[in-house]
Design a protein around this ligand. Structure first.
Ligand SMILES: [Zn+2]
Length: 199
């Protein structure tokens, strides 16, 4: 694709991470082997249990750590570890942990959760990484993208870069909801002059 379309578009190659036991070494070895242009740092598990699949698995993870509040805290602590260790250029669906929680808006305001969110956003800002404004959320029944409005506002205040992403899992959904995402970012006050991600 890179060579076929080199005259019309610059195609970057990357991959998205997981965050399961042993992931840091594994991602580092993949990175050394494939030399991607950049990686997307994402979490889909807490204590190796998937949190963005069924509500039952979400409940199981929550039970294991001592409740939904604790689940959010662990998720954001793991995210901090991932960003520190791997320094991904893009942070994927930052608040995916809210997926099976209908009370997520209130929960994101809880001090122990909010302070972790701020800490992670400050780290993203410090590294100059980019927050993924993940529009696939609309495909999964959410009324707003990942990140949600309160986090988007905090990111804006901290000067974190934010770019829309379709998180497409196939050719058919490339670019889906992108216009809507760009419109929200512009209305919130974000620049849409995005940098090219590299390493
Ligand atoms: Zn993902």
């Amino acid at each position: 694709m890179q060579s076929r379309y080199q005259d019309s578009i610059r195609v970057l190659i990357g991959f998205e991470t997981e965050c399961c036991t042993g992931y840091i070494q594994h991602v580092e070895s993949l990175r050394n082997r494939f030399q991607p242009d950049y990686i997307v740092g994402s979490i889909h598990h807490v204590r190796d249990i998937i949190i963005d699949w069924t509500p039952e698995q979400y409940a199981q993870a929550s039970e294991l750590v001592g409740g939904i509040d604790a689940l959010y805290c662990e998720y954001f602590d793991q995210q901090h570890e991932l960003i520190t260790a791997l320094r991904p250029k893009v942070i994927g669906h930052f608040d995916l942990i809210r997926m099976h929680d209908k009370d997520y808006r209130q929960r994101l305001e809880q001090p122990k959760i909010k302070e972790r969110i701020r800490r992670n956003l400050e780290l993203i800002k410090e590294l100059g990484s980019i927050l993924d404004f993940n529009l696939r959320a609309f495909e999964k029944g959410a009324t707003e993208p990942y990140v949600s409005q309160s986090i988007l506002q905090m990111a804006l205040e901290l000067g974190v870069l934010c770019a829309p992403g379709d998180d497409s899992h196939g050719v058919a959904t490339v670019g889906l909801h992108l216009e809507r995402g760009i419109e929200i970012l512009q209305q919130t006050g974000f620049s849409t002059d995005w940098p090219v991600p590299s390493h």
